[in-house]
Design a protein around this ligand. Structure first.
Ligand SMILES: NC(=O)c1ccc[n+]([C@@H]2O[C@H](COP(=O)([O-])OP(=O)(O)OC[C@H]3O[C@@H](n4cnc5c(N)ncnc54)[C@H](OP(=O)(O)O)[C@@H]3O)[C@@H](O)[C@H]2O)c1
Length: 255
């Protein structure tokens, strides 16, 4: 091999080593920022929200759990703190969310008239949108728990399947999830993600496995809806926090 060719090989090697070192540096930085995430979680006292809190803490994230009764949040992990807040109160939200990497909402509650407009999920999304407008580019992204009734089965949306009776508290709650999607979709550039359980969701096991779907309910090979455990739903939730793939989207989470 001539001297000229040897230098070329050495130069190539040097560039490859430099590129490798830069990539390793970037990966270290990325994993540092993931492990240092600051999460504000509304609904930390709830069925699904408490599983999301547990999953986030198990991965070393810092969690601010928000509740109207923060004394009910008795988690002793040093990375957890409880604060008082109402997800429908703009001033309260503006005191709590600045500086967070993500705001998580796993909430529910009917308004006085059972309407979807007065349901807490709908009001929370509108409060977040108002807060994000005030905070501008510093607004943390939002991830909200959705509902399987907004998903489709054989081309028919759950909400329109005849299963839900208008005027009932249940109808108000599920219809509110459609309003949440409408609210977020109407604001260009908003950093939102809605994660809907794909079918039923109940307390169960953490397997660490799940599939991500779109607007259609996920089914197994026999066509049966798979559903998801609250624990694995929480895994999917924190995976999306750590590795954002669905900003500006609704996704379904099932087996
Ligand atoms: N198959 C499905 O698609 C499916 C099934 C179940 C649930 N979900 C959805 O999952 C979400 C969570 O349901 P869940 O059963 O886990 O709820 P949950 O156990 O009833 O908990 C509700 C939470 O909402 C919080 N909350 C209510 N109003 C609030 C307010 N004004 N300000 C702050 N926090 C408020 C409560 O916090 P504090 O009382 O501590 O303030 C509580 O932690 C809901 O959106 C629900 O529709 C979907």
């Amino acid at each position: 091999m001539s001297k000229f060719n040897l230098s070329a090989v050495e130069g190539l090697l040097a560039r490859q080593i430099t590129a490798g070192l830069m990539l390793a540096g970037c990966m270290l930085l990325a994993s540092f920022s993931v492990s240092a995430a600051n999460l504000v979680i509304y609904g930390a006292s709830g069925n699904i929200g408490s599983k999301i809190v547990a999953e986030a803490l198990s991965r070393g994230h810092k969690v601010t759990g928000v509740s109207r009764k923060p004394e009910s949040l008795t988690i002793t992990n040093p990375n957890f703190k409880a604060v008082k807040g109402d997800v429908t109160d703009l001033n309260s939200m503006l005191e709590i969310i600045p500086g967070a990497d993500a705001v998580i909402m796993s909430i529910r509650g009917n308004g006085a008239d059972n309407s979807a407009e007065e349901e807490v999920d709908n009001k929370a999304s509108l409060t977040y949108i108002a807060a994000a407008k005030k905070l501008g580019s510093k607004a943390p992204r939002v991830l909200q728990v959705g509902n399987q009734a907004t998903l489709y089965r054989n081309g028919v949306q759950g909400l329109k399947s005849g299963k839900y009776e208008e005027g009932t508290a249940f109808y108000g709650r599920v219809m509110a999830h459609q309003l949440v999607l409408n609210n977020y979709q109407a604001v260009p550039g908003l950093k939102w993600t809605v994660l809907s359980p794909s079918g039923g969701i109940a307390a169960g096991k953490r397997t660490g496995k799940y599939r991500i779907g779109g607007d259609d309910v996920l089914t197994d090979e026999s066509g049966k809806e798979t559903g998801i455990s609250q624990e694995d739903f929480a895994v999917a939730f924190i995976d999306e926090v750590e590795h954002p793939k669905a900003i500006g989207k609704r996704i379904g989470i099932g087996y």
